[in-house]
Ligand binder design. Structure first.
Ligand code: MGD
Ligand code: MGD
Ligand code: SF4
Ligand code: MO
Length: 882
């Protein structure tokens, strides 16, 4: 990577989560980039989480796609673009516009997204453009539109700080929106009366801040909130004026709610009646209540109903559009919100307009497009089914990895194999999706491209470049415009800069608007693109921080709508099977194409895992740290067992992150059925049915190697470390010839001398290869999971004057204490260092631990874990005192 111009600090926005933190990026003389939080950005005021702070470590060009490829050969841009345009044109001519499709992403910038949407809906004449936001925000969008008549998030981040009660539903805020979580934690520390309730089947890290945790069954949310609606009505906690003047449909919603008294809610959800009563009481009596919800709500076959069940409670109490209150759907991706603005979902047209005759006419006139799509296109799951049937002749996938992130992921793989022409635009040369592409286009990435993004609180921020475009990589808006021109639409795609695109996007939002559409950027007309400061929409004359404060909604009668919700039965584990819950870990982002490059971020969790309750593990004879096979009729994956009572019985949890690039068998979405919400089309990604059993590994291994290996063991998972790669291995049968196996799997010098240690009684065998005192390979094997300090072993590659005997012994010398598993990734502080600070230095608060070890003093993302370690270390002490 090369810095742009002279090294100076550039104000940009984090490319990860929807909090949308401002970042200061400063290229350094040595080629690295210093990253800091932007103190002036209203999302983070200078804070960054572990992923944001490690951004500088993800910018190397290793693994990047740096020139177009046709098949597996390098091609010129001209050749590749011509081919894409030709194949799309042929398909359109022969089979009609609906035979082609774009599958995009909330990680495209608004400018990229706008151009892609305009090309498909305006000029190809098909609405077959959908996005990974279908897997993410679709239920919230649908719920908003049902209730408000528009896809509007009413509140802002400050409301979380101003609230007296914050209810977190299906949100692991501590790990997934860490800076917003930190703002909440800071507000709570300042006002200890403030309460937080967590509604989540498992005790996630977010439970750390919760005064009450309701571990309900999967999909118990509708029952819980319908019950709450009934409770509020029954006990007179109703804002009757608001309901009468500004809402419709309360009666039918309340009628259904009458059927859900407390005991029925408790029976259905599995949560304790007393805890539910406490929650209802707090909600009823706390005017300033914000309900934050995320994927535990959206990713469900009843996700849209869950959203409306929540919104109904805010409408009944009139708690919306005012300080410190409101329903608040937090967006996942950096530009999930921007994608919704441009109309990136197949069922929206553009600029928050639907497929109504007036809007189709209006958008057609604005774009001067003769051929505007007149009906919604295929939603993601239906799109890939149509592809599998042969109905999609050409597809273009941008900035997303559906082979890993779509439900029924093996069927998605098969659909791509069946598709006659697949184009993938990505930053990386090797992804599980790119593998199936006929044409791979090198996209510019964060730091290289420029544009804008919109965060969860409707705030538009600029992403600005500080690195030169590497190789032949180009920004997505440019690539799409070039194809559009080749399809004969030069006049409509004249853009020379993202600023040209943004100006048109602003103009469309304001076109014939007059306040009838929520999305309006008129105030940005003629703005100096380079200088745009983070700003919220709607922005006609000045930004509106909270929507609906005036009681006016975007429905025909301007009233918000109650939606009657009939709760579905929550999902109970069936005998002999488990409910598979899925989600995220703190330091990885999705399919790991960027965070998987950073050693620091890969230390927190270095392999795919399955969390399972101790009683379930015992019943199935699953021992800690062994491998389990998780399977159903669709597929099977192999994961490390993490036995923990944070998981409820009958349910298991696995992260969504691991792909074929990082593990032998970790693609969790291969197990998930493509069942969708009937209103939003969003798949139920968090409640697959699976069987769990010991994988039956006979031998385990752990290695660190200077070169990345090509592994053939029955199980493997790799992660980057400083100077090389670390990996976990397992075999069902021990390799017959170890030396041959090592040579076949690892890059060893031809004259390598492989040193061996064997303990035949214990069945352990260790191997070391060194060259001039530096480690090339260390491999430890054992019939039980290998007990070697990973923290120690992963530093070996940086050491000089190493001796084979130290490596083979597999333990640090007495003078080097083992820091244990990484907790704080900013300063690489391990759990043993933290417990030692508690036991030996008498640190009894997270702050004291920070002073003593530096853990938790940079981004703060690990503070929930530090407090948890502290609590368990102090527990015996306080018990013995009482
Ligand atoms: N570290 C990190 N942060 C991220 C991302 C990342 O990849 N890594 N991705 C970003 C993106 S795109 C998104 S969408 C967000 C997602 O952010 P979140 O939605 O907060 O994250 P998840 O881990 O997907 O799921 C949240 C919780 O839903 C719970 N859950 C499962 N089923 C149910 C249910 O039926 N009801 C309830 N109430 N809860 C349930 C799970 O146990 C889990 O703890 O994170 C964003 N931030
Ligand atoms: N089981 C289960 N499955 C899930 C979820 C879950 O909770 N559970 N969550 C779902 C959700 S909410 C989401 S958002 C999805 C996320 O899933 P994906 O969107 O599939 O995951 P990413 O790894 O973010 O994929 C982004 C790709 O775009 C590339 N890229 C990055 N920047 C750019 C760019 O500027 N241009 C281009 N062209 N490419 C770029 C990256 O290298 C990467 O390959 O997963 C969904 N799948
Ligand atoms: S919370 Fe972390 S990942 Fe999210 S935008 Fe801020 S720094 Fe980036
Ligand atoms: Mo997402």
């Amino acid at each position: 990577m090369t810095a742009l111009g002279s090294a100076k600090t550039v104000k940009t926005t984090c490319p990860y989560c929807g909090v949308g933190c401002g970042v200061l990026a400063t290229p350094q003389a040595d080629g690295s980039v210093a990253i800091a939080g932007d103190p002036d950005h209203p999302a983070n005021f200078g804070r960054l989480c572990s992923k944001g702070s490690a951004l500088g470590e993800t910018l190397s060009l290793g693994g990047r796609l740096l020139h177009p490829e046709i098949g597996n050969r390098r091609a010129s841009w001209g050749e590749a673009l011509d081919l894409v345009a030709t194949r799309f044109r042929q398909a359109i001519e022969q089979y009609g516009p609906d035979s082609v499709a774009i599958y995009g992403s909330g990680q495209l910038l608004t400018e990229d997204y706008y151009v892609a949407n305009k090309l498909m809906k305006g000029f190809v004449g098909s609405a077959n453009i959908d996005t990974n936001s279908r897997l993410c925000m679709a239920s919230s969008v649908a719920g908003h539109k049902r209730a408000f008549g528009s896809d509007t998030v009413p509140g802002n981040y400050e409301d979380l700080e101003l609230a007296d009660l914050v209810v977190l539903v299906g949100s692991n805020l501590a790990w997934c929106h860490p800076v917003l979580y930190q703002r909440l934690a800071a507000a709570k520390a300042e006002r200890p009366d403030m309460r937080v309730v967590l509604i989540d089947p498992r005790r996630s890290s977010t439970a750390d801040i919760a005064d009450l945790h309701l571990p309900l069954r999967s999909d118990g949310d509708s029952a819980l909130f319908v019950g709450l609606l009934g409770h509020l009505a029954h006990h007179g906690h109703v804002d009757a004026d608001f309901v009468a003047q500004h809402t419709s449909g309360a009666e039918s919603a309340l009628l259904l709610a009458e059927d859900w008294p407390l005991d029925r809610v408790a029976e259905a959800t599995g949560a304790a009646a007393a805890d539910i009563a406490t929650f209802y009481d707090w909600f009823a009596k706390t005017e300033r209540t914000v309900t934050v919800y995320s994927q535990g709500v959206n990713q469900s076959a009843s996700g849209t109903d869950k959203v409306n069940a929540i919104i109904n409670c805010h409408l009944l109490t009139g708690r919306i559009g005012r300080k410190g209150m409101g329903p608040f759907s937090v967006t996942g991706q950096p530009n999930a919100m921007g994608g919704r603005e441009v109309g990136g979902l197949a069922n929206m047209l553009a600029a928050h307009m639907d497929f109504t005759p007036e809007a189709i006419d209006r958008v057609g006139r604005f774009w001067q497009a003769p051929n505007v799509a007149t009906k919604p296109g295929l939603k993601a799951v239906d799109l890939f089914s149509a592809m599998a049937r042969g109905d999609i002749k050409a597809v273009w996938i941008m900035a997303t990895n559906p082979v890993d992130s779509m439900p029924d992921a093996d069927a998605v793989r098969a659909a791509l194999e069946a598709c006659p022409f697949v184009v993938v635009s990505d930053m990386n040369a090797k992804t599980d999706t790119g593998h199936y592409a006929h044409v791979r286009l090198p996209a510019a990435g964060w730091g290289e491209k420029e544009g804008s993004v919109t965060n969860s609180e409707r705030r538009i921020s600029r992403q600005r470049p500080f690195l030169a475009l590497p190789g032949e990589a180009r920004p997505d808006w440019w690539i799409i415009s070039e194809v559009a021109r080749r399809l004969g639409h030069s006049k409509a795609f004249p853009y020379r800069t993202p600023s040209d695109v943004f100006a048109e996007h602003v103009a469309l939002s304001a076109f014939e608007n007059d306040g009838v559409r929520d999305f309006d950027l008129a105030g940005l007309s003629g703005a100096d693109y380079a200088a745009i400061q983070p700003t919220q929409w709607p922005l006609r004359t000045k930004p509106i921080a909270r929507m609906f404060g005036n009681g006016r909604f975007f429905t025909p009668d301007q009233k918000a709508r109650f939606i009657p919700v009939m709760p579905p039965p929550p999902i109970r584990p069936a005998p002999g099977s488990f409910v598979l819950n899925t989600g995220r870990v703190r330091d990885h982002w999705h399919t790991m194409t960027r965070t998987g490059k950073a050693a620091r971020l890969s230390a927190h969790y270095a392999e795919p895992f399955l969390e399972i309750h101790p009683a379930d593990a015992e019943r199935l004879n699953i021992r800690r740290a062994t491998l389990v096979r998780v399977s159903n009729a669709r597929a099977s994956v192999t994961l490390r067992a993490v036995v923990t009572d944070r998981q409820p019985q009958g349910q298991v949890f696995a992260p969504m992150h691991w792909t074929d690039q990082f593990a032998s068998d970790g693609r969790i979405d291969a197990l998930v059925a493509a069942k969708t919400d009937p209103v939003s089309g969003q798949p139920a990604l968090k409640m697959a049915r699976v069987h769990v059993e010991p994988a039956g590994a006979r031998l385990f291994g752990f290695f660190v190697a200077a070169q990345s290996p090509a592994l053939t063991s029955d199980y493997w998972a790799v992660a980057p470390i400083e100077g090389g790669t670390r990996g976990e291995l397992a075999w069902f049968n021990e390799p017959e010839d170890w030396i041959a196996w090592l040579k076949a799997n690892f890059h060893l010098p031809s004259n390598a001398r492989i040193k061996t240690f064997s303990d035949d009684r214990a069945g352990r065998r260790n191997f070391a290869v060194l060259e001039d005192g530096r480690l090339i390979l260390a491999l430890y094997t054992s019939p039980d999971p290998v007990i070697v300090s990973r923290q120690w072993a992963t530093t070996l590659l940086t050491k000089t004057n190493l001796s084979a005997s130290v490596v083979l012994a597999g333990r640090p010398g007495a003078d080097t204490p083992d820091p244990g598993a990484t907790v704080c990734s900013c300063f690489s502080v391990g759990i043993n260092t933290i417990t030692a600070a508690i036991a030996k230095e008498g640190c009894d608060t997270a702050e004291a631990i920070g002073q003593c070890t530096k853990a938790g003093t940079n981004c703060g993302s690990c503070r929930p874990e530090i407090r948890r370690i502290l609590a368990s270390a102090m527990a015996p002490l306080s018990q013995s005192q009482s």
